[in-house]
Design a protein around this ligand. Structure first.
Ligand code: PLP
Length: 485
């Protein structure tokens, strides 16, 4: 194959360092990957090394799916303009999206990213309720716009963040493994209801303080919180309390929507058919890598927004190319029955991961649904102390074995797997086999704590640390964690 590079990797790195804002996140900073092409569940670097992609939930129906590529390129060759003209792709897309939602979610706004979708959702909520305050979950991330940093504890409570604004109320993340109410501490109790009562208390306190709730926003399964499986009865109760307080309920399905959970199109549906948000935001997988996202709401809320008198215009939102692509993604999901596939392969992956947990004490919890899986690593199962350095080390080692995984959760100790939906049984077996080997390595000799004043610090600066007699490359994230610990 001809080279797919325009320049050697070293030059790409130099140009990036010089011209791209350094705050832009780069995976594996000490030895970044230069990916030049991708297909299905695989990505290839400039040397044609093949990596199994276990984290890219955006390349939903598989990287460069031919139907999606064709739909986009055919439309790009014909017409791409804004949606102030009538176009069939836009209305077909809106009809398809509405058809996948429960009633009365039937009015769509097409936008370009998950952040735009969540920002617009907040505008809709404010127009409808005339209130301002928002309830969000601890550790949540809802996007990179100013309004969304304000409702994202994952950002405002971390470096560079300036804390919670007055109008934002943070409810505990309904994490039954590590959160405020743990399954071990409250056996046989309805933890969904218990966590929902926290939201009820927030609504009550807000009222006492003279504040009015506009919206509750949450991912239906919290990704950044550490691949959290929302306990039953949570949203049913939360939605009731929030509505009683005069607010509306926003389900952020940007990461987990479009059938990733297998048995349902949308993760909020896992909580029961009667659990229906007022506004749903979708993005990432919708365009299989092309920027397209949407807000789906009720006719009533859409009417309130119209009644403000302000027109809505979005130059690129819902253009014929992005809608052609979104329509093709939905068609492929249906044609290739990828939801059923996600259930089958996800169950296999979960079973294998649970077997691994019987062998490796580092694994504290395995949880998931469909192709949304988390493996939480702990130093000790009793105390559940997060095994952060170990998780980061494992991610680097897996990359050396040509497998891309990553971590999430406030302690970055939850290995997350959310691969393209075309991930196979064999892929699941391969990942678990290699993870087994790497866990054995780590358990034999855990990554050591590095004294920040020691000569080993220099190795850290160079991006290496010694582990198991081998020199292991580590990236900046690990350096940060290890030097803090
Ligand atoms: C849950 C969630 N909501 C919203 C967003 C923002 O989406 P985008 O990056 O497309 O703006 C993200 C992005 O990671 C996300 O994970």
């Amino acid at each position: 194959m001809d080279s797919l590079e325009q320049m050697p990797k070293g030059d790409t790195m130099r140009l990036r360092k010089r011209h791209i804002g350094e705050s832009c996140k780069l995976f594996y900073r000490a030895d970044p990957l230069k990916i030049v092409r991708a297909e299905g569940q695989y990505m290839f670097d400039e040397k044609n090394n093949r990596y199994l992609d276990c984290i890219n939930n955006v390349a939903h129906v598989g990287h460069c799916h031919p139907d999606v590529v064709k739909a986009g390129s055919d439309q790009l060759a014909l017409l791409n303009t804004n949606n102030r003209f009538l176009h069939d792709n836009l209305v077909v897309c809106a009809k398809k999206l509405s058809g996948l939602m429960p009633e009365p979610l039937s009015v769509c706004f097409l936008v370009n990213s998950g952040s735009e979708a969540n920002d617009l959702a907040m505008r809709l909520a404010r127009a409808h309720t005339k209130n301002h305050d928002v309830i969000t979950l601890d550790h949540a991330y809802h996007g990179h716009l100013t309004t969304l940093i304000d409702i994202s504890p994952y950002k405002f409570n971390h470096p560079g963040g300036s804390g919670k604004p007055e109008w934002v109320h943070v409810a505990p993340c309904p994490d039954v493994y590590r959160g405020k109410f743990r399954d071990v501490d409250y056996p046989n109790q309805d933890l969904g209801k218990k966590y929902a009562d926290e939201v009820k208390n927030i609504c009550k306190k807000a009222r006492e303080d003279g504040r009015s709730i506009c919206a509750f926003i949450a991912e239906s399964l919290q990704s950044c919180g550490g691949q959290i499986i929302t306990p039953p009865n949570y949203f049913r109760n939360v939605y009731k309390y929030v509505r009683e307080a005069g607010g509306v309920c926003i389900a952020d399905e940007v990461q987990v929507g479009f059938g990733r959970v297998g048995k349902a199109w949308w993760a909020f549906q896992l909580q029961g058919d009667d659990v229906i948000p007022d506004i749903v935001t979708v993005g990432k997988p919708m365009g299989n890598g092309y920027p397209v996202a949407a807000v789906i709401t009720t006719p009533e809320i859409a009417r309130s927004f119209r009644n403000t008198g302000m027109e809505y215009f979005n130059t690129y939102g819902g253009n014929p190319v992005s809608c052609a692509i979104a329509n093709a993604v939905i068609d492929v999901l249906e044609k290739e029955k990828l939801r059923d596939h996600a259930t089958r392969v996800g169950n296999h992956l979960l079973n294998l991961a649970r077997q691994l947990a019987t062998k490796h004490i580092l694994i504290g919890d395995v949880r998931g649904v469909g192709l949304f899986v988390g493996i939480e690593l702990v130093k000790d199962r009793e105390s559940r102390t997060p095994a952060t350095a170990e998780a980061q080390h494992i991610i680097t080692r897996m990359k050396e074995e040509f497998i891309l995984i990553s971590s999430d959760g406030p302690d970055r100790n939850v290995l997350k797997l959310k691969p393209p939906m075309v991930f196979t049984h064999e892929d699941a077996e391969h990942v678990i086999k290699i993870l087994d080997e790497v866990l054995t390595e780590v358990e034999d000799e855990p990554p050591r704590k590095i004294n920040t004043n020691s000569p080993e610090r220099r190795k850290l600066e160079d991006g290496y640390m010694s582990c198991n007699e081998k020199k292991i490359r580590i990236d900046d994230q690990q350096k940060e964690i290890i030097s803090k610990s």
